[in-house]
Design a binder for this molecule. Sequence first.
Ligand SMILES: Nc1ncnc2c1ncn2[C@@H]1O[C@H](COP(=O)(O)OP(=O)(O)OP(=O)(O)O)[C@@H](O)[C@H]1O
Length: 265
Amino acid sequence: MSASPISIKGVNKIFSTGEREVVALKDIDIEIPSGQFVCLLGPSGCGKSTLLNAVAGFALPTSGSIVTGGATVTGPGPDRGMVFQEYALFPWMTVEQNVAFGLEIKGMDKAAIAPRVLALLETLGLKDFRSRFPKDLSGGMRQRVAIARVLALDSPIMLMDEPFGALDALTRRNLQDELLRIWADLKKTILFVTHSIEEAIYLADRIVVMTYRPGTVKRDILIDLPRLRDPASAEFNALKRELGQLVMEEQQRHHNDEIRMAAVD
Ligand SMILES: Nc1ncnc2c1ncn2[C@@H]1O[C@H](COP(=O)(O)OP(=O)(O)OP(=O)(O)O)[C@@H](O)[C@H]1O
């Protein structure tokens, strides 16, 4: 499977907790063509994960529609693979077993699984670690396994929720480069959540900046700098300033909201 488009139309998400209602997403419209690498950027609480989970089918919108590859999302599906920040590996399985698991569940022929898994482990530099358990791996290695596991399923859409957020700077850059290489190779559609401005500019074809509560699209920007991008370049820094200003405005709204809530309590 190669890539497929994502169509998000008029999406709203309201959480009701007791007497309070939180409008997490409001009137979200985003059309993502096949193969595009999109970053959702914004401060904590602006609905990035809520939107990603809606596309994944884990928590459907209150209203509006999400269509992937021509079908309306009504739940999780094999066309969408998700990579989480906390790796979500099975601790009792080796690296190899973790990557093979989804294929076994899919009912793939055992003889076909082994070479496919081995090729992926090789691609992600995990071959020598294939018999290890997750607890014996560094955070970066665990995240490689999580990515390999999603790639094994060959979903046309990859959804990534701050996948590199817990990693140190060097490992993070390493995995970002690896992801770009894989994406250039496989041309999957990627929807990637981050609150790092630099990460978004380094990776994305397009950055969607979200507002803090209710989560709306504040700005939708195409990034047409050639890759690999140089974070020290003038163009990169100009974008960093522009996006920094947008994110800071939302961070300020978040901060003001917290002060207001504390005053009510
Ligand atoms: N299950 C839930 N019940 C009630 N409110 C929720 C629920 N999930 C999210 N929210 C609220 O919806 C808003 C958006 O949350 P969300 O986690 O999507 O934001 P985010 O941008 O991903 O933030 P972070 O970067 O901190 O994960 C927040 O105000 C959050 O408190």
